[in-house]
Write a protein that binds this ligand. Structure first.
Ligand SMILES: [Fe+2]
Length: 270
């Protein structure tokens, strides 16, 4: 049994991941393949994001390896989810985090690791897509859960913005979660953001709500390096450009700008 996740373990797990995901390839079906590739590439980038964040947070090499494994498997359920249901909407299918955990257990993918390490990986995967983290969990589990949540968000922002800003006009209903592109925004979405709260998926009714849910992730960032990346990459400004210029949207972004200023102010006091 391995007490620590070393490079050999990471290499073996990467190998398993590649073989597993390859089985979902359907080169003859463009739409299907596009969505499998989307999640495969997302995973690769989340791995890079988590290592970058981990380095900025000065994690040691074993902690970085553990974070890498969590990122590698955080969306392992997405492939089976898409194959079974042809959607990435958990509401319309099932929770992809729990599905991923079942798959990892079924294939005993983490079997070479000691029990506590396995539990830690599964715990971070389980919590990566929850609206809120539970209170009653170990500090370590919460730390890695926060890390994967930040790394995941950084890349989802990139994926959706690449899509919203696309020039070919091609539509991918899976990225939009099959939502209608109607002009209004929902009251519950507006209320949540005006009180600096994240938006719940269950309140999302259309594409505008969905974009606002993504903007609202700014209220769910755990680490300063993540926050800095969001600002540097201009994610919020870019989302705003893809939303209608209405009074409500202006109010929402004003509150967000104030929040960002406050966090920056706090940092300079530190
Ligand atoms: Fe996910």
């Amino acid at each position: 049994m391995n007490n620590k996740v070393d490079r050999e373990v990471v290499g073996n797990l990467r190998c398993w991941f590649n073989n597993y995901v390859q089985k979902f390839d359907r080169k003859e079906d463009y739409g299907f393949q596009q969505n499998i590739d989307l999640k495969r590439e997302h995973t690769e980038r989340v791995v890079r994001e988590i290592i970058r964040l981990g380095n900025e947070l000065k994690l040691d090499e074993y902690a970085l390896n553990l974070a890498e494994v969590i990122a590698l498997f955080h969306d392992i359920g997405r492939f089976e989810q898409y194959k079974r249901y042809q959607t990435f909407s958990d509401v319309r299918s099932e929770d992809h985090a729990m599905l991923g955990i079942r798959i990892l257990k079924e294939y005993d993918v983490l079997g070479s690791l000691e029990n506590d390490t396995q539990k830690l990986i599964l715990c971070a995967i389980e919590y990566h897509n929850r609206p809120f983290l539970p209170d009653r969990e170990s500090k370590t589990c919460l730390f890695y859960s926060k890390l994967i949540r930040d790394a995941d968000k950084l890349d989802i922002w990139k994926v959706v913005l690449d899509y919203y800003n696309r020039s070919n006009g091609e539509q991918n209903a899976s990225i939009e979660l099959e939502l209608p592109d109607t002009p209004e925004i929902s009251k519950k979405v507006y209320d949540s953001l005006m009180s600096r709260q994240i938006v719940y998926t269950k309140h999302v009714r259309n594409l505008n709500d969905f974009k606002l849910l993504q903007a609202g992730w700014i209220y769910d960032i755990n680490f300063e390096p993540t926050f800095r990346s969001v600002r540097k990459r201009g994610y919020l400004e870019s989302l705003r450009k893809n939303l209608p210029d209405t009074e409500q949207i202006r109010e929402i972004f004003k509150i967000m700008d104030m929040y960002i200023e406050e966090r920056e102010g706090n940092r300079s006091v530190d």
